[in-house]
Write a protein that binds this ligand. Structure first.
Ligand code: ADP
Ligand code: TRP
Length: 322
């Protein structure tokens, strides 16, 4: 079974990305043949600075490896290592109704937020469909926000099969993480780099301290009184990084009162640092050896391209291009 997923190299990863996307995706490599890629063509729709794009790709590659992606077991590559993905995207675009893209939420959201859309942003779901279909992927784990893109992918595969014969493209199964809770940001909204409310996944202890002690919002309950557990961002974050006993102890202290938020924040900071310490250590080791990252991506790119050639040859023949 082939499991494929991608992440865009558009900024520093935060713990929302980690718990919502990275960790569940990396865990799945135990269950099949993992294909993981860095969606750098997609990132071009928003990142216009070449040095920045290269840098985010490298950072994300190091993050992936630090989070446990095993390049021996899984195929790890840059989207651009297989430029043929653009050829399949073109073919898919010829069966994709414009009206379907006009209805895409992520496109509509960006436009609603005043973003002047380029054609790449409009066609984003078609390239994403090509990413998935080019590798005969069986399963595609993604967050809820990508659900519609997966529906478009399945629909386009169906349209190609209708036009050019069953089996031209494999129709993948989405694995949507409906249940995984949204990680709240320091201000209580969804954690997102667009809201400037993130707790980064990899950050120096000083910076983490500043963010948690100064920026994390709490309510104005006086020290002596019991603290409300519901909607507590501090507690929600603590549940992600602390052990069950420590969480139970903090909940009891919330109920009892007599302890201020400063104390709870210190506990959160300690748990956060302890939780990510081994990953950070691994990250520092990987980052110190740039040749290693290049070699991993080069090898992954070749393996991905081999797999892609099989599918693209089949589609070229089916469509009459070859
Ligand atoms: P951002 O909102 O910071 O721009 P992206 O949209 O690039 O993050 O998200 C990349 C992946 O991380 C997506 O699969 C998304 O589902 C997941 N993700 C992002 N933010 C969160 C969050 N706060 N909680 C859970 N998952 C998240
Ligand atoms: N659109 C995805 C995101 O923003 C990234 C992505 C691009 C992707 N191509 C993909 C995810 C193919 C899964 C499969 O998170």
């Amino acid at each position: 079974m082939r499991i494929l997923t991608g992440l865009q190299p558009t900024g520093k990863l935060h713990i929302g990305n980690y718990f919502g996307a990275m960790e569940p995706a990396v865990r799945l490599q135990e269950e099949g043949e993992g294909f993981y890629f860095i969606a750098n063509y997609h990132a071009m729709t928003t990142v216009k600075n070449p040095a920045e794009l290269r840098n985010w790709c490298r950072e994300l590659a190091i993050d992936f490896l630090a989070c446990g992606l095993d390049p021996e077991r899984s195929v790890f590559f840059l989207q651009s290592a297989v430029p043929e993905v653009n050829e399949l995207a073109w073919m898919l675009s010829t069966v994709c109704p414009v009206s379907q893209l006009e209805k895409a939420h992520s496109y509509k959201d960006k436009v609603a937020h005043g973003f002047s859309p380029n054609h790449g942003l409009f066609a984003y779901p078609v390239l994403m469909a090509a990413d998935i279909l080019l590798y005969d992927s069986d399963q595609v784990p993604v967050g809820k926000d990508q659900k519609q893109h997966l529906e478009i992918t399945r629909d386009l595969a169906g349209k190609m099969n209708e036009a050019y014969g069953e089996g031209t493209l494999k129709v993948p199964e989405p694995i949507i993480r409906e249940s995984s809770a949204v990680v709240p940001g320091l201000d209580g909204q969804k954690m997102s780099k667009s809201y400037n409310n993130t707790l980064p996944l990899f950050v120096e202890a000083d910076e983490a301290k500043k963010l948690i002690m100064k920026k994390l919002v709490t309510d104005a309950t006086p020290l002596d009184e019991p603290k409300p557990k519901e909607n507590s961002t501090l507690l929600a974050l603590y549940r992600l990084v602390a052990g069950a006993d420590a969480v139970a102890a903090m909940e009891a202290d919330y109920d009892r009162g007599g302890i201020g938020y400063g104390d709870f924040k210190k506990r959160l900071l300690e748990a956060y640092l302890a939780y990510f310490e081994p990953l950070k250590k691994r990250r520092d080791e990987i980052a110190a050896d740039p040749g290693y990252v290049d070699a991993v991506l080069a090898k992954g790119g070749l393996r991905a391209r081999e797999a892609a050639t099989v599918v693209l040859d089949r589609v070229r023949r089916a469509t009459g291009i070859a």
